[in-house]
Write a protein that binds this ligand. Structure first.
Ligand code: CA
Length: 411
């Protein structure tokens, strides 16, 4: 079953997530320089598969599995296009949250929890990850199982391994995928263009490391209609990276007048009592809840919502490092628990910078003497720090947000 509306929604979100930095469980390595060139061909892929065969066999894939699974594997030019264009598009965090944490997704999440309450409670008891958090990952990755992706995983991975920009990475994923097939864990092996698949969009290497056989049928099946194995695997993944049950991912806060925005980064970690002493309060003006040391995050600049975040934030980052993704999981899980949506508004008149503009921003920062850590269009910590330093030097609010205003000043 597939809901078209939700399906396209999730496709758009996944696209955005990829546009920013990484995707479920895996941060894509940078492409190998110089391997752009022409699009491959089916004949080229067939030849590559021949050359790949001994390497796969040496890695433990049986000849019979390899030959049955790789026979007729299709070159998919759309996969290559997606890989090459993934940095071209991006969204502001507020545009992303509008769809990622829409009223529909909250309502469907409440229904999904109701339908799977016993399962989710058993998973919570065994792995120590709240059912609403597991459900939120499920909701963002596949709209609660309604959109799991329909591209043949082996074809996507073989295409990307052969095409070469991240050949070694995708070849390793393809070997892991072949082992999933070899073990008889999956019947119809379909997923996203980059080879993430199943209810919570696991890469094959994450399946190898973290998949669970929760229903005890001998298969770690993340793809079937029963979501049990996939949801347990997700909880197992989060537990592995240090999930602390009972600790919020973060809480929305207000910052006092004159707050030093140099303090707003994941790199500055302070006890809650320090933030409290600096005048930080919850959005409703109450004292801060003490869940240990945390950081202040302003994912949409100083005119947007502010959050006090705790280490569970970094655990969700293991799924996808984009702040917007983590905030979406956090906010969705809060609302599935009956909490309020994000209350502060966003500077909605600002649009996201294009890739070209992001590169121009980095070039401009470099020229102005503020090292952005390279010109790659990614707004990583070094670029944010450079934006802050530049804003400060120009007497602007130094929130590090790479806005059109900053770009205008650099021009
Ligand atoms: Ca199973």
């Amino acid at each position: 079953m597939k809901s078209c509306q939700i399906g396209s929604l999730v496709a758009a979100i996944t696209f955005w997530s990829l546009a920013s930095v990484g995707f479920a469980q895996t941060i894509l390595p940078d492409p190998v320089a110089g391997v752009e060139g022409e699009m491959g061909t089916q004949a080229g892929l067939d030849a590559w598969v021949e050359g790949f065969r001994p390497r796969a066999l040496a890695a433990g894939v049986s000849a019979s599995t390899f030959d049955a699974a790789m026979r007729g594997v299709a070159f998919n030019p759309k996969v290559v296009e997606r890989d090459r264009n993934q940095n071209e598009f991006s969204k502001t965090i507020w545009d992303y949250l509008d769809t990622a944490v829409s009223e529909d997704r909250v309502a469907l999440g409440l229904q999904a929890i109701e339908r799977n309450r016993a399962l989710l409670e058993r998973i919570e008891a065994e792995y120590g990850v709240e059912k609403e958090v597991v459900a939120a990952v499920w909701g963002l990755e596949s709209a609660y199982g309604t959109y799991r992706g329909d591209l043949p995983v082996l074809g996507s991975l073989a295409t990307l391994a052969y095409e070469g920009r991240r050949g070694a990475f995708f070849e390793a994923e393809l070997i892991a995928a072949l082992k999933i097939v070899q073990g008889g864990h999956v019947e119809r092996f379909a997923g996203s263009w980059a080879g993430a698949s199943g209810h919570t969009q696991f890469m094959p290497s994450s399946w190898e490391a973290f998949a669970a056989d929760f229903d005890g049928d001998g298969k770690k099946n993340l793809w079937g209609d029963d979501p049990g194995d996939a949801l347990a695997s997700t909880a197992n993944y989060l537990r592995h990276w240090g999930w602390t049950k009972g600790q919020p991912w973060g809480v929305e806060v207000t910052l006092p007048e004159g707050f030093d925005y140099d303090q707003t980064t994941e790199r500055v970690v302070k006890p809650v009592s320090d933030w409290q002493a600096m005048g930080v309060r919850t959005f409703d003006g109450a004292d801060l809840p003490d869940h240990g040391s945390g950081s202040i995050l302003l994912p949409g600049g100083y005119r947007g919502a502010a959050f006090l975040i705790w280490p569970n934030f970094q655990v969700i980052e293991k799924y996808n490092t984009a702040d917007a993704y983590v905030v979406a999981i956090g906010s969705l899980s809060d609302q599935l628990k009956g909490g309020p949506p994000i209350q502060h508004g966003w500077p909605r008149e600002l649009r996201a910078l294009t890739l070209e503009e992001r590169r121009e921003l980095q070039e401009g920062l470099g020229r102005a003497g503020f090292d952005p850590g390279g010109v790659d269009g990614r707004m990583g910590p070094k670029t944010v720090a450079a934006v802050k330093a530049f804003q400060k030097a120009r007497g602007k609010v130094a929130d590090g947000y790479p806005s059109l205003e900053v770009l205008g000043l650099l021009r």
